[in-house]
Design a protein around this ligand. Structure first.
Ligand SMILES: Nc1ncnc2c1ncn2[C@@H]1O[C@H](COP(=O)(O)OP(=O)(O)O)[C@@H](O)[C@H]1O
Ligand SMILES: Cc1cn([C@H]2C[C@H](O)[C@@H](COP(=O)(O)OP(=O)(O)O)O2)c(=O)[nH]c1=O
Length: 218
């Protein structure tokens, strides 16, 4: 039985996820929680190797999907599941919603197959043989693709996904919106186009609203 808290950070590249994950980690630690900060693809030695392949090597959408789920399974078995069982808060920069958004909506991979693979990869991780582990909360940093592209152009050299045209990110953004509509209780939409301080405040308020942080409720 898991007793921890599993919070994922999602959004298109340049939405501001990585800029805010540390802020939430600090707030949760200040509230007395142990925190594991991690990311996908990655988070274990094996999954980090798969990440390097996924981000740099050309491949078809099925191969991308298989690598993403292989990395996820290792990460769940070795890091996320054990940390949740210890009662920690696990903050993960991207998770399965990214596979639905990038491989599904972005690259057109079959969403029903993704749902099957999601169940396969996330079952048997601390919750009993038939229960699928899902995030307790997904913080969705929603920004228009044009804003994200401008930020990235100013910030860093693009990887294979970040080099995609703005139309790709428009599809990915719609993919996130569809996932959010399908799981409205799990998702909290953060308006990532606001100035940083307001983005941080909205994020902390979403966590506080669930009773996991004191004093920051809206
Ligand atoms: N609210 C914001 N307003 C303006 N720029 C931002 C904001 N949040 C992040 N940035 C900048 O945008 C770029 C992408 O942010 P990052 O956190 O790396 O996004 P992600 O992890 O979602 O790809 C970085 O240069 C970061 O400093
Ligand atoms: C988790 C995941 C990420 N990705 C992509 C989205 C991102 O473009 C990339 C890596 O994500 P990210 O960690 O956000 O990159 P960065 O460190 O450059 O901010 O991998 C997928 O295509 N499928 C997935 O399942």
């Amino acid at each position: 039985m898991t007793t921890g808290l599993f919070i994922t950070f999602e959004g298109i590249d340049g939405a501001g996820k990585s800029s805010h994950i540390e802020t939430l980690a600090r707030a949760l630690r200040a509230a007395g929680r142990s925190v594991t900060l991690t990311r996908e693809p990655g988070g274990t030695p094996l999954a980090e190797k798969l990440r390097a392949l996924l981000l740099n090597d050309a491949m078809d959408a099925l191969t991308e999907t298989l690598l993403a789920f292989a990395a996820r399974r290792d990460h769940l078995c070795r890091v996320i599941g054990p940390a949740l069982a210890r009662g920690e808060a696990v903050l993960c920069d991207r998770f399965t919603d990214a596979t639905f958004a990038y491989q599904g909506a972005g690259r057109g991979f079959d969403l029903r197959v993704l749902s099957y693979m999601e169940r396969l990869a996330q079952t048997g991780i601390g919750l009993g043989p038939d229960s699928m582990l899902e995030p307790d909360l997904t913080l969705w940093f929603d920004v228009p693709p044009e804003v994200a592209a401008e930020r990235l152009a100013a910030a860093r050299a693009p990887d294979r996904f970040e080099a995609q045209p703005v139309e790709f990110f428009a599809r990915v953004a719609r993919g996130y919106a569809d996932r959010a509509a399908g799981a409205p209780r799990r998702f909290a939409r953060i308006d990532g186009a606001q100035p940083r301080e307001q983005v941080a405040a909205q994020m902390l308020a979403a966590v506080a609203a669930r009773g996991w942080l004191p004093g920051a409720a809206p």
